[in-house]
Design a protein around this ligand. Structure first.
Ligand code: URP
Ligand code: ZN
Ligand code: ZN
Length: 458
């Protein structure tokens, strides 16, 4: 039993001081001056925020991609997530076109089960739609998966063609599944890549020009047409720019059921990072690319107005040495992705809340509650309420620290935020009533994390 005393409870809608009582895995009482039951551990949260465990709705942990494998496993990734305040991970299960979806699903699940320190579930990637696919996807949904993932990018690897996209969306609509989508026009990307390489433009700084904003906005527009025709609920992952947000909002105005995610790198980094000399820019190569700084105010504003629903990471960790280096002399071979699962919440607080760009309720909404609501986890996750899972972050706004690869828990050999100061950090983190982080350090147990069964309801 745990009693978290005198903290300032912040949810997506509320802000008040109270005690929280946890019995077993669940929040059983919230109120002022609760009597602490005999034997309960007391956590003093005076001067701190008590927030629902954060949910990262877009991570890659097991990821065979671009000729290599992402660096983390559930040991490093779930510890990193928890130290950073994230208590639930939604991982992209990403089979390649040739892979059997059911076998892939079991494989991805087996990587997490018994090892993860935080709770987890998956968006089921659909990279091909043939005669058997529907039955297999139905089986996966029956196992508690309530969301699919499609890529309108990465031609011949993860990417679906238009007929497959249409079939996937129709099935999703029938099952009440929401479809998450990576939106870029893959043909244009392939053409632009070849054009740039042929002109001798081979460094990481050419990654962004090979996938410009129009290519992303066109991908969004493309998905919107399909979603409009099928009526399926869709969620655009890693939205990097105003043009893409505008295309989605215009569709929402027409009645398309669309939600928008951005990811922390787009909010705090800009294209000058990928332009760093001596191939260092490769550390900042992800897709869609990190844009010009002028995009950031648009994204923060859309977050503030809640037109953007969620801030995820798109955690896709590759070492600089040996992995990013595969793309020296050809930017199209740099494994795409940035390690961020540990830093999302601290960066969002430091650059969003502490600067006044967003308020505390929006912070919780974007980093926890909206993901829970969209992906079938609410109110079990995403809020602090009697009956909810006791996933709690006691956040210390007075902490001051610095991000660094030397101290992070992620497995990569670099941090994209090396030397960046942070304001505040998760002090205590619980997962279903168990203290997994204390004084900002992982003190818990690997294997405590559970697979979360979800009900498709869109
Ligand atoms: O660059 C990225 N985003 N890497 C991970 C794969 C994906 O597209 O989400
Ligand atoms: Zn993607
Ligand atoms: Zn991703």
């Amino acid at each position: 039993m745990l009693c978290i005393k005198n903290g300032r409870i912040i949810t997506a809608t509320d802000d008040y001081v109270a005690d929280v009582l946890i019995e077993g895995e669940t929040i059983t009482a919230i109120g002022k001056n609760l009597t602490t039951p005999a034997g309960a551990e007391v956590i003093d949260a005076e001067g701190k925020y008590v927030m629902p465990g954060f949910i990262d709705p877009h991570v890659h942990i097991y990821l065979p991609f671009m000729g290599t494998y992402a660096k983390d496993d559930y040991d490093s990734a779930s510890r990193a997530a928890l130290v950073g305040g994230t208590t639930t991970l939604i991982e992209m299960c990403c089979p390649s076109r040739g892979e059997d979806p059911l076998k892939a699903y079991q494989l991805w699940k087996s990587k997490a089960e018994g090892l993860s320190a935080c709770d987890f579930t998956f968006h089921m990637g659909v990279s091909r739609f043939d005669a058997d696919t529907s039955a297999k996807l139905r089986e996966i949904v029956a196992d508690g998966i309530a969301s699919f993932k499609v890529f309108l990018a990465y031609k011949n690897f993860f990417g679906v063609n238009d007929a497959e996209l249409f079939e996937t969306l129709k099935l999703a609509k029938e099952l009440g599944v929401i479809v998450t989508a990576h939106c870029e026009n893959e043909t244009l990307v392939a053409e632009l890549q070849q054009q740039l390489l042929a002109a001798g433009k081979v460094g990481p700084e050419w990654h962004e020009p090979s996938r410009p904003r129009q290519v992303e906005a066109e991908g969004v527009q493309h998905l919107m047409t399909f979603a409009e025709l099928t009526g399926t609920a869709v969620y655009i992952v890693h939205t990097s720019c105003h043009a893409a947000v505008k295309a989605a909002l215009a569709a929402r105005q027409r009645g398309v059921r669309v939600w928008i995610e951005t990811v922390i790198p787009y909010l705090v980094l800009d294209d000058t990072y990928a332009q760093r000399p001596d191939f260092e820019g490769a550390k900042f190569v992800m897709s869609p690319p990190i844009r010009a700084a002028e995009e950031q105010p648009h994204l923060w504003n859309a977050l503030r107005t809640r037109d953007i629903s969620t801030v995820a990471t798109d955690h896709a960790p590759f070492d600089f040495h040996g992995q990013k280096e595969m793309g020296r002399g050809d930017f199209t071979k740099i494994p795409n992705g940035i390690p961020t699962v540990e830093d999302r919440v601290n960066l969002l607080y430091t650059h969003g809340v502490a600067t006044g760009k967003i308020d505390l309720n929006t912070f919780v909404d974007a980093a926890s509650t909206q993901a829970a609501k969209l992906f079938g986890l609410f109110p079990r996750k995403g809020t602090i309420a009697v009956g909810s899972d006791a996933d709690i972050v006691v956040y210390d706004p007075n902490y001051r620290g610095v991000l660094s690869a030397a101290t992070h828990s992620m497995a990569t050999d670099y941090s994209a935020f090396e030397g960046w100061p942070i304001i505040g950090r998760p002090d205590v983190v619980t997962v279903r009533g168990k203290v997994q982080v204390r004084s900002g350090k992982f003190v818990g147990a690997l294997g405590h994390g559970q697979f979360l069964r979800r009900q498709a309801s869109h």
